[in-house]
Design a protein around this ligand. Structure first.
Ligand SMILES: Cc1cc2nc3c(=O)[nH]c(=O)nc-3n(C[C@H](O)[C@H](O)[C@H](O)COP(=O)(O)OP(=O)(O)OC[C@H]3O[C@@H](n4cnc5c(N)ncnc54)[C@H](O)[C@@H]3O)c2cc1C
Ligand SMILES: C=Cc1c2[nH]c(c1C)Cc1[nH]c(c(CCC(=O)O)c1C)Cc1[nH]c(c(C)c1CCC(=O)O)Cc1[nH]c(c(C)c1C=C)C2
Length: 468
């Protein structure tokens, strides 16, 4: 079987790897001159600055799968793990009313009142139990949490979390993005608490693990209680190592080649680029939905319209390095809820997460859903640097100038799973199935925005064409 994979980000490279491992052929077509898509690690002054993802989670459906991939690639010794008792895991803060507040983590802290909350978090349980259910297919995560758990939790916790995962607005993002099971609990049992209790009492069948996702590395991660990890040299080591394996297994990666059209004829796919036409048995597209839409427009305008309506947001990322240990809090970083009305989304304390010598390393993230409102259409690197340094000075009280910095604008880097997203994705998949198109849509626009999600999605897509 000849397969064309569009995009050499982590999804496209993973799909090619899985295809080649099952003795299929794969050619990867990438429009830019780089591997890894949004995974970008830049070494400067002997420090690795991450412009995209910083860490990957061990937990969740995709966690074991990614660790199995690392083991397959021989990257076990490069893993830099952060255990669950590390301050970067335990301590997360939010910035509210011009102050940083540690989020409650222990049972005790849930029982006591601590600012910015006016009641103990545990009181949300009573609100949930006394609130009648609202029957609905989907709604915003803010609306759901405000109704069931209270306005403060929705305003402070939920909007911050949504900014820290998809740089989006909690009032637009679907409840199913992060709280699918809690939404189902309300729909099926009338409240979150009742749903959770019923599920605990009803013996849940053990979810079978996807074959091939077992690994000694995951067992080690479990035994040693890893929570998140990165790689020595930066996360970009993962896509570059994948590319080496793809070449070794006989696959091809064509950089600087942009796909311009996909057509289907007699069960085959015709993929056009500016310089070439490829005939393939199957196409795996890992491009963001808004970039796949025009490629399908001529032959499949209905699905193209659905794809084009999955929005994205841009994020300005400013990496900063200061001499000396200047942070007064040991934490992963802090997030800014939407209530604060700031361009700043949050700051990651990289030097708390990973050893960085006698330096303070920070990543300032700005814009997201509010990019043009606060930063304008095309902010200059100097403006973004000044804003980032200003936030660090005002909030973290670090008033010296950074020794080095990198400013980047990540255009349309994170898809937004707005209310109705899951229905839209189901319709797109149904269209592809009904029309028997030899096409798999993978990447972060559809079934999860994290690194684990997109690698797992690539694996499932490759497994699925085997079954057809
Ligand atoms: C700022 C930021 C922080 C993040 N932090 C985390 C984190 O901490 N943890 C985590 O798990 N995840 C994080 N993520 C998410 C993670 O980075 C993404 O899920 C992942 O990188 C998406 O990979 P992908 O391969 O699906 O897409 P992409 O990386 O977008 O790759 C798609 C590729 O397709 C190419 N392409 C586009 N158009 C064409 C065309 N017409 N023809 C050929 N090629 C084309 C692009 O150049 C690109 O290389 C973060 C993302 C961002 C932006
Ligand atoms: C401020 C902006 C952003 C920060 N990180 C991201 C953005 C847009 C992107 C991102 N972060 C996470 C993921 C998903 C990973 C997954 O689901 O596997 C993505 C796409 C992980 C994450 N980061 C934070 C949280 C609460 C999560 C969810 C999972 C987890 O608990 O690890 C918090 C957080 N992100 C940022 C900051 C400054 C911050 C908190 C202090 C930056």
């Amino acid at each position: 079987m000849m397969n064309v994979v569009l995009g050499a980000g982590i999804s496209g490279l993973s799909a090619a790897h899985y295809l080649l491992k099952t003795a299929q052929k794969a050619v990867v077509i990438e429009s830019s001159g780089n591997l890894g898509g949004w995974i970008r690690s830049v070494r400067k002054s002997n420090i690795v600055f991450e412009q995209g993802p910083h860490t990957v989670r061990v937990a969740g459906d995709g966690g074991p799968n990614t660790l199995a991939l690392l083991e397959d690639l021989g990257l076990e010794d490069r893993v830099s793990a952060i255990k669950s008792d590390h301050p970067a895991v335990k301590n997360r803060m939010i910035y509210v009313n011009k102050h940083l507040h540690m989020l409650p983590t222990s049972i005790m802290s849930l029982l006591t009142t601590s600012p910015p909350f006016s009641k103990p978090i545990v009181s949300a349980i009573f609100q949930d139990l006394k609130t009648p259910p609202k029957v609905c297919e989907d709604e915003s995560i803010h609306e759901f949490v405000e109704r069931r758990l209270g306005k403060e939790i929705a305003d402070y916790l939920i909007t911050a979390m949504i900014r820290g995962i998809c740089a989006g607005d909690g009032k637009e993002i679907s409840v199913k993005f992060l709280m699918k099971s809690l939404h189902e609990a309300e729909q099926n049992h009338g409240s979150i608490v009742k749903g959770i209790v019923k599920n605990v009492l009803k013996k849940q069948p053990v979810k079978p693990r996807l074959p091939g996702t077992e690994s000694s590395l995951y067992n080690k991660a479990r035994n040693e209680k890893w929570s998140i990890w990165s790689l020595t040299g930066g996360l970009e080591v993962l896509p570059t190592t994948l590319a080496t394996f793809i070449h070794k297994l006989g696959g091809k990666i064509n950089l600087n080649e942009q796909c311009t059209e996909i057509k289907f004829d007699s069960g085959k796919a015709i993929v056009k680029t500016r310089s070439c036409t490829y005939e393939a048995d199957h196409v795996f597209s890992s491009l963001p939905a808004y970039k796949v839409a025009p490629l399908l427009q001529a032959q499949h305008p209905i699905v193209a319209r659905e794809l084009a309506s999955i929005p994205t947001v841009s994020v300005a990322v400013v990496n900063l390095q200061y001499e000396g240990k200047l942070l007064s809090q040991e934490a992963f970083g802090f997030l800014v809820p939407s209530t604060e009305n700031l361009a700043l989304l949050g700051i990651i304390f990289d030097s708390v997460c990973f050893p960085s010598g006698d330096n303070t390393v920070l990543t300032v993230m700005m814009g997201g859903r509010w990019f043009t409102d606060f930063l304008g259409a095309d902010p200059s690197p100097q403006k973004l640097l000044d804003m980032a340094v200003g936030y660090v000075r005002d909030i973290l009280k670090i008033s010296v100038q950074p020794q080095s910095h990198i400013v980047s604008v990540l255009r349309d880097c994170i898809p937004q799973y707005v209310v109705g997203h899951h229905g839209r994705v189901a319709r797109i998949k149904q269209y592809i199935n009904e029309n028997k198109l030899p096409l798999s849509l993978i990447g972060s626009s559809f079934d999860g925005v994290g690194v684990n999600d997109v690698i797992l999605c690539a694996r499932r897509a490759v497994n699925n064409i085997h079954l057809k």
